[in-house]
Design a binder for this molecule. Structure first.
Ligand code: SF4
Length: 358
């Protein structure tokens, strides 16, 4: 249920909100290496590359990779001429091999099209490695099309704006509709980037800085004095939460380390990724420091969750290259064998998460 119906129904109100947001953005936008300077037309290649990098890592981590990429392959045609192995080598620090392959396949497709990215959201979404969010982001930012990308940050802002009473995961259609309703005919890309910047700088999950927010006037969660109560949590999330981390240690042929759980207790005898214990307190130090084996661990964005009878589990997944045999009890598993050797559901999710984003 959406409480802030006025906002949805009044075009004048939506237009005023957009105008205030764009004014704020003109003064407060983040300077990011892939962003066009004000007044300059964004370069689709830069937008695409940055969005692909940001699918898998944070802005501070993506920036040096972006700059390296652009220095080495200043155009999409040059990128298409590289070998897939070149790209994978450049991605090595991030460890996202599947993404690197998609990036290369996409560059080749664009180069074959004369180096021109399509502007249309649906055409963009048909390219390798470009999902609906990325397609909408490129269409809006690079081409000014009226598209409305919704990632986790933007969904949080919108849920607060209208005091969405359902958890976002149960109201994706309503959230997308609201984003589309707000997307302006002019400067849709700037508006999308303004929401991205508000999500990163102001409307943070905890302690949002509502006093500095251009959306405050229309924000129902702020009006109720309970911004952090939104987005609503699912029942599963409302259970006591335990947290832990698992480590996706891969060797050159793509195999990864796994181990079997003890024959008694929760998920007895199932196969799992090596990881930490699951605790309510979280890591006293970083999860990577608590890994059962040492490697150059990279945190994979997002987390995998599972609801058990008495608690919900949130696992952070790390990835890294590893060539030894690992700690006692570990063995190598090829990705093709994941469904055949007894992984629990949560660990299958963790493996899929790692495979998708690594
Ligand atoms: S007013 Fe506060 S809760 Fe509402 S969108 Fe802005 S920062 Fe988020």
């Amino acid at each position: 249920m959406i409480a802030n119906l006025d906002l949805l129904e009044s075009k004048a109100k939506r237009d005023a909100l957009v105008e205030r947001t764009l004014r704020w953005w003109d003064d407060h936008r983040r300077t990011l290496p892939w962003r066009a300077v004000p007044g300059r037309r964004p370069e689709p290649y830069y937008v695409w590359l940055s969005e692909i990098l940001l699918q898998q890592t944070t802005v501070p981590a993506a920036a040096p990779y972006y700059l390296k990429f652009i220095a080495k392959w200043p155009t999409v045609e040059r990128l298409a001429q590289a070998t897939a192995d070149d790209l994978i080598a450049e991605f090595a620090g991030l460890g996202y091999y599947a993404r690197a392959r998609n990036l290369h396949a996409c560059a080749k497709e664009i180069a074959a099209n004369g180096g021109r990215f399509p502007a249309d959201e649906a055409d963009l979404a048909s390219l390798p490695g470009v999902g609906p969010y990325t397609a909408a982001a490129i269409s809006a930012i690079a081409f000014g099309r009226r598209a409305a990308p919704v990632d986790g940050n933007i969904a949080r802002i919108l849920a607060r704006l209208v005091a969405l009473e359902q958890p976002v995961r149960h109201a994706r259609r309503a959230v997308s509709s609201l984003a589309r309703a707000l997307a302006p005919d002019e400067r849709a890309g700037d508006f999308a980037q303004a929401l991205m910047d508000i999500g990163a700088m102001i409307c943070r999950p905890r302690e949002p800085k509502c006093a500095a927010c251009p959306l405050q006037k229309d924000c129902l969660a702020f009006g109720r004095g309970t911004p952090e109560a939104y987005p609503r949590r699912t029942d599963a999330m409302a259970k006591p939460e335990r947290r832990g981390a698992v480590f996706f240690a891969t060797r050159a042929d793509g195999a990864f380390l796994a181990r079997r759980r003890p024959p008694k207790g929760l998920l007895a005898s199932t196969v799992e990724l090596p990881g930490t214990s699951w605790t309510a307190a979280g890591p006293g130090r970083s999860w990577a420091a608590a890994a059962p084996m040492a490697a150059a661990w990279r945190k994979i964005p997002g987390a995998v969750r599972q609801s058990f009878t008495h608690f919900s589990l949130r696992l952070t997944v790390y990835a890294g290259g590893f060539e030894d045999d690992g700690p006692d009890g570990c063995f190598w598993v090829h990705p093709d064998a994941v469904d055949a050797i007894g992984f629990s559901n949560i660990m299958r999710k963790a493996v899929r998460h790692a495979l998708e984003l690594s």
